[in-house]
Write a protein that binds this ligand. Structure first.
Ligand code: ZN
Length: 155
């Protein structure tokens, strides 16, 4: 399942990617017609704050809230998350992450990170580097506090 978020849902979109959802993102200058064209061409599920747009494009999910945490709750109620997919996707560009131990990359990390020997990931699309550290744990906790733990998998 692949998704496409409208430009009003930037923050929600980054969180969804952190949770492993495949989410494209509309730029703010994109008109409704081109959003619909992209979504129908690629069979994407449109996530939108625009009621009218959600009516025009059949395969869409209208998001009521303007707060990202409530938006995420609305979303996972319909599309339950899979925790095994968390941190598999770049929040910035939606590219897939892969684990890396490339010495040149390791060398470029802050010394503290190298010492902790955390797993290091690189985005296969934009090349951004991520690692499992305290920030990673706090993101995971925040996801849990927003959408709940494993209970999200139940229907
Ligand atoms: Zn990326």
């Amino acid at each position: 399942m692949r998704f496409f978020a409208d430009s009003m849902l930037g923050k929600m979109c980054r969180w969804l990617r952190l949770m492993g959802y495949d989410v494209g993102y509309a730029t703010s200058d994109m008109v409704d017609d081109s959003i619909i064209e992209i979504c129908s061409k690629e069979s994407l599920i449109l996530i939108t704050r625009d009621r009218e747009l959600s009516i025009r494009y059949r395969n869409s999910m209208y998001i009521r809230s303007d707060r990202y945490d409530e938006q995420l709750r609305e979303f996972v109620a319909r599309f339950p998350p899979d925790e095994s997919l968390y941190f598999t996707r770049c929040p910035l560009c939606n590219g897939l992450l892969r684990v890396t131990d490339d010495p040149a990359i390791m060398e470029s990390l802050p010394p503290g990170v190298r010492k902790m020997q955390n797993r290091v990931y690189i985005c296969t699309h934009c090349g951004k580097i991520y690692w499992e550290g305290t920030h990673y744990a706090s993101i995971k906790n925040e996801i849990r506090s927003i959408v709940g733990g494993t209970e999200g998998k139940e229907r």
